[in-house]
Design a protein around this ligand. Sequence first.
Ligand code: SAJ
Length: 416
Amino acid sequence: MKICVIGLGYIGLPTAAMFASAGASVVGVDRNPRIVEALDRGEIIIEEKGLEELVDQVVQKGKLRGSLTPEEADAFIIAVPTPITADKKADMAYVASATEDIVPYLRTGNTVILESTSPVGTVDGLMLPILEKSGLKIGAELYVGHSPERVIPGQILNELVNNSRIAGGINPESSHRIAEIYKTFVRGEIYKTDTRTAELCKVAENTFRDVNIAFANELAKICESMGVNVWEAIDLCNKHPRVNIHQPGPGVGGHCIAVDPWFIVEKQPDTAQIINLSRHTNDSMPAHVASEILALLDGIKDPVVTVLGVTYKPNVDDMRESPILHLIHILRERGVRVQAFDPYVTDKPEIGGDLEEAAKGSDLLVLGVHHDVFKDLSFKEVGALMRHKNFYDTRNFISAAAVEGAGFRYYLLGSK
Ligand code: SAJ
């Protein structure tokens, strides 16, 4: 089987490598020559556990190679970005152009699979009219559908193989063919359904998490006013066999959970009330944390804050939609000098460089992201460099005892 994967990002590249390691002959297509050239050397330009080794292996075996343009294949997988515009609408330009790009290479018996997270109706309304230009009979000579990924950055290779997934075809034969293609490497169950259901499931899964986190964040604000520690309360609530409240924090980042709920709001603005409010609740968290921090700095002249961790979540290098970047921006706008340190951000020396530099003269240390390495921080040494020893934890990650023992005042989001 030959597979052509369009888009070599966080999803396309690992997927291409998985198909290749399962024995398929794979061509990975990207418009960015830097990605294609790196791939042909067996290298990658993103950070993901185990991915570079796997890519190198399959490239050496001749099973995976890069290309700037598509080629004839048995199956085409579209894994291009679907970002949101400034007015919170899905930008489907990459899906449209990737679909246009493959049309000249389509042959009888091919399967086209959209992996990119997309608003309901994308396959029917956007892709099929383009694919019809191939002259092939859709559903009889050309099989089409949506099979969204469910993998979590940091665990992509493991989850690609072991998670269950959905095969949503435009007709049963398309669903069947999509399932057979993924079965080559997926060990999880593959559930067949129609295309619109598959599209809805993907955005609903991420929206479930967003709404649940918004609930946790709202509880955090409520607890601050009521003198309750939200973390302890949530922990105890979750001892109930049917309760699973997520964790509060400084906001929701990444290119999935902070984005996908808008795809539902866009299509059903009058009905998607809870979803809309949850997005706004989570987006309000950086400003909420900033106002808590400004209150702590009250009375300090020319305040300096040190932020530990700026990525969108722990133990990854990805800063896309990071709420911590918003927090830093708000604090700077309010006249606070902010110095940041994140050991994962190696390509920006002013952030990835030096904890000592970032802590020098600071009045408050803010834990923005709970990277595992921060557990080993010596608060004694860091505190010695600071002007005032204050510590604010947005993640309930560092114990009060650890920082208070080093002479810090300890503050925690969601508690008073
Ligand atoms: N977060 C919280 N509280 C929580 C959990 C997460 O504030 O209890 C924040 C994180 O700090 C981060 C953001 O949410 O800023 C998103 O992180 P995440 O780990 O929840 O999810 P992603 O965006 O890395 O990956 C999600 C996953 N979706 C679900 O768990 C339903 C993943 O399985 C999807 O494949 C991925 O989106 C995607 O590509 O759509």
